[in-house]
Design a protein around this ligand. Sequence first.
Ligand code: S3P
Length: 752
Amino acid sequence: MVDRQDKNNAKEPKIKKLVIIGLGLIGGSLALALRRADYVGTIVGCSRSQSTLDKALQMGMIDQGELDVAVAVRNADMVVLAAPILSTQALFESMKNELSDHTIITDAGSVKRYVVEAAKNVFGHIPPQLVPGHPIAGSEKSGVTAADVGLYRHHNVILTPMSETDEQAVTTVRLMWESVGANVIQMDVDHHDEVLAATSHLPHLLAFSLVDTLAGKPDNKEIFKYAAGGFRDFTRIAASDPTMWHNIFVANQNATLKVLDQFSTGLAELRTAIQYNDGEKVLGVFTRAKVAREHFSLILEHRAYEKQQQIMNTKKISFVVKNGGCLKGEIRVPGDKSISHRSIMLGSLAEGVTEVEGFLEGEDSLATLQAFRDMGVVIEGPVNGHVKIFGVGLLGLQPPRGPLYLGNSGTSMRLLSGLLAPQSFDVELSGDESLTKRPMGRVSNPLTSMGANIEAAAKGTPPLKIKGGQVLKGIDYDMPMASAQVKSCVLLAGLFAEGKTSVTEPAPTRDHTERMLRGFGYQVETQGSKVSLTGGGTLTGTSIEVPADISSAAFFMVAASIAENSDITLKHVGINPTRIGVVNILKAMGADIEINNTREVGGEPVADIRVRSAALKGIRIPEDQVPLAIDEFPALFIAAACAEGETVLTGAEELRVKESDRIQVMADGLVALGVDAKSTLDGIVIQGGKINGGEVDSYDDHRIAMSFSIAALKSDGPIRINDCANVATSFPNFVELLTTAGMSLEVTEMNS
Ligand code: S3P
């Protein structure tokens, strides 16, 4: 390891003699910054121009100037090539006989394969002391006087060591760049050249070409006179050093040609779209570009990292909820998560435009939305719950450029695997830590028997690698568990399959997929517990109004029931019969719930639900209610803990494979708050009574976090719930609504 020199002790610098060949913007800025950093001993500058050397000496950036490369590198510990890239081989030739075995050679060129080949040509092999490098920094200015001491601060420097490269040499070069404030990363040589061809070389080519094309026009004075900010921004880099850039295109010919061809194809497509008034195509390209650019702006401003940090930090938030209080007023909780997911999926696969109102802007449904954007679907919004989807038809999805990241969302992964298995392209689905532990065999098994090719991780968990180009055949599937996700996955695959696809469910599960398919004009048959459809039809774009999510409303139903003097009305809640287990169970426990103003919107029943405090009693929960209340059990366990007597849940083993093991996590949390709760294999037994204040963990599960929040209404002290950021997956304004309704909840950093 190479020690950094400490200004306060007189340690010898490890790089006693450093030679920089080429003192333009790049070499000069490095020399200036290194001089300040005090990391090297003597800095020797080498240039073909005496006046450059004089200037560099005068500016104090070098200790010694040399015109002759061989003389300059004699006894050097490190040599940095910062001259035009096409001179690399000649420079290696000139220095060859003067380099010792320990002289480290690095460079600052924009193309890395060229440097490696030049070294091979001269030295006959790849020298272990060669560490190709590329600082991603620059400006349109050139020459020694343009040198900028801060040029590399907070900029990336890419090193591309090879298998032959000495590790110590890499470390020495890394420390040198870090001493001038750069952030050092490593990359494979050819990958570097491809990435830079796309992100740097192509934009320079376009800027040079555009300015040249316009400058060549007879009315060019007019054009430049009236050129607005857009022109100035876009063409700024056309003022860069022509020699340097000419060198780069010669040195990186293959990679630049490849990306130039891709760009030319895209441009030609846009030309055709404009010629034939294909507004949708043009809008599609622009919308996708805007979204990508917005994300990219964050990266440019170094905010993507910050944002990532914020996300990581928010992963560490806790809720501290004051005990006591009651709930009053009228509130509307956000849109239904299940319906929001499906609106994006079916809207994307439909012919024509679909408009959605009331879309849930939570992380889970946004993950679905992003996945379809990544597959080329133009989606406007969401803006205040409004989303406009320009459907591409069942066969119109395009291969995404990388894996589709679905965050925490099991619904996204399971439903998407159904509609992606029949596509012509390969795709990989990945997710966060919690999703990566969840079982996917339940969807890959039926899909495989339809003819799909899906590879999961060893335990049947994500990531899922789906091989495209498979022809799927309809199946008659007897679903082993009551799961709407599995049912929906198979039905979505059935849209593309040959013949009829049927799913028989062991108990009724939410039927939003079937209802929405019908809303899109697709024929779906339901006979008892069997749902069937025949592949090969089309979906027609439509309008969807997403009702408020009964799963989110459930926290308020339990809260208002357990807290004395509460009276709350939950507006426009979806009361689909496959979702109202929570109402049935609470009523059986003695809750005071009124369903008012029942109506139907877009094929889904909705109502306003009024809940007033009531004395709850423990019950044995009927097993037929379990699938109808599957997401509401964490909240119902809080109701049970506040009820008089014993509540027993059985037949709910599915709860163990949700975002967390909801049986165990709830039992542990309840016990931590002094409640007598015992988990069983498929349920829980809770003795209602007193709840203490205390500290519990949500295990990063949104519904656990929200359930323990409402428990504070009845606890004898405040409740602190750790790891609550995931509430944003399904209920982004939970804290706001809960406090508006009358509770006192503080969001703090975890461990503070
Ligand atoms: C959902 C189905 C349920 C539910 C999940 C959403 C859906 O999962 O728990 O939150 O949108 O289809 P299972 O199908 O695993 O029961």
